[in-house]
Design a protein around this ligand. Structure first.
Ligand SMILES: [Zn+2]
Length: 401
């Protein structure tokens, strides 16, 4: 037997990740009214919190709950509570420094107030008219991300008369990897607004072009909105579709280039959780930017990597931008705009590149951590497929939250 030549490690890793599925809803008057009342409830809590200088959820609840219920009796109690949570997080984010006028009709749903049925493409949502079932548009993501549906968000665009639901799902992942464990190559990717993706091997994917194009679309959109004629309205719809396809094409091109690089493992920051819960530092991603492209890019990278037998590993984004990639010193002030300058060792680097190198290191250690808790099996590739063993025991503790 040709010793070792055919021996490869066949690794199966189990863990959980959070994914978001964005689905189109029919434009519905009950949901619209629910969104309006949710906004009103939020505003009452925002006003109280600002006046009393508190974002403490219990305090806000005690002080406003009865009042909100009396003023808006048709808004179900569970939504009054998520409205209060939403308000509390906004207050915390602005550090109570300025008065907030909530314009958005975005609704937040938790386990008590929604249920997603992936087999029938429907979702039931608590509304001012009681619990209602809505059809959702078909999407390949419904089958791709099956799991525990933990929470949801309904976004309402009154002007465009459009509604979407973002369903967050906890997915059990199973990653199969064929690699020599000792020389596994990891690339870290930092995603941002100025640069779509910065790779730890010094590759930058810039948004200069993207921003120009988006700016042009925005200009044309404004112009058409002002025109207000039926022809302009049709043009506007076309334009929005074209813009969406442009972002999608860009993400396809970038993800293709990334997965084709000679790396076995792609490490990304876990933005899934951060997007639904408002993070204290609210670093770089905010849906107000009106673009889902970082998530789309992530999803494209993931399935393209899967096709090539590569792994995508998610790491905690907490200190990746404040940590010195050279000496490990963590300080907020290390980063000044796009420059990273370590207060400890004087190391200087483009801030996104510094972050990507931290992500690479975290990705590598996360990969080995998962590896050490999974079963890895060695087998001879010349063995008939039927004889190949695979492990089937999931990890005792999932990763994530
Ligand atoms: Zn340093």
């Amino acid at each position: 037997m040709k010793a070792n030549k055919n021996l490869i490690y066949y690794i199966i890793i189990y863990y959980t990740v959070f994914r978001t599925i964005k689905l189109k809803l029919p434009y519905d008057s009950s949901l619209l009214e629910t969104g309006r009342q949710f906004r009103e409830a939020c505003q009452m809590v925002l006003d109280y919190g600002f006046a009393e200088k508190t974002y403490n959820k219990n305090k806000l609840n005690r002080a406003t709950y009865e009042d909100v219920r009396k003023t808006i009796p048709t808004l179900p109690s569970a939504l009054v509570q998520t409205a209060r949570d939403t308000a509390s997080e906004s207050l915390k984010q602005t550090k109570l420094k300025k008065k907030i006028h909530r314009k958005s009709y975005t609704l937040r749903y938790d386990k008590r107030t929604f249920r997603f049925y992936p087999d029938s493409n429907t979702i039931s949502l608590t509304t001012v008219k009681g619990r209602l079932v809505f059809p959702v548009a078909q999407s390949p993501l419904i089958d791709k991300y099956r799991g525990k549906y933990t929470n949801a968000q309904v976004s309402i665009d009154v002007k465009q008369r459009r509604m979407f639901v973002m369903v967050q799902v906890e997915v059990d992942k199973e990653v199969e990897n064929k690699a020599e464990v000792k020389d596994v190559k990891v690339v870290g990717i930092d995603r941002g607004i100025k640069n779509i993706a910065v790779l730890s091997n010094n590759k930058f994917f810039n948004t200069g072009h993207l921003k120009d194009v988006k700016g042009r679309y925005r200009y044309n959109r404004k112009r058409l909105q002002h025109a207000g004629t039926r022809a302009a309205h049709r043009k506007l719809k076309e334009l929005i579709g074209r813009e969406r396809r442009f972002v999608q094409d860009t993400n396809h091109v970038i993800s293709r280039q990334i997965v084709n690089l000679p790396f076995d493992v792609i490490a990304l920051e876990d933005l899934g959780i951060a997007s639904m819960k408002t993070k204290g530092n609210g670093r770089r991603f905010n849906h107000k930017l009106g673009s889902w492209s970082p998530y789309q890019l992530e999803q494209f990278i993931e399935y393209k990597a899967e096709d090539l037998g590569k792994s995508v590993i998610y790491v905690d984004p907490k200190y990746t931008s404040q940590t010195c990639a050279k000496c490990g010193y963590i300080e907020k002030n290390n980063r000044k705009g796009s420059i990273f300058h370590c207060k400890n060792c004087n190391f200087q680097l483009h801030a996104d590149l510094n972050a990507s190198r931290n992500i690479e290191v975290l990705g590598k250690s996360e990969y080995f951590r998962l590896l050490s808790t999974s079963q890895s099996l060695r087998f001879d590739e010349s063995m008939p497929t039927g004889m190949r063993e695979t492990s089937s025991k999931p990890l005792p503790s999932g990763r994530g939250s």
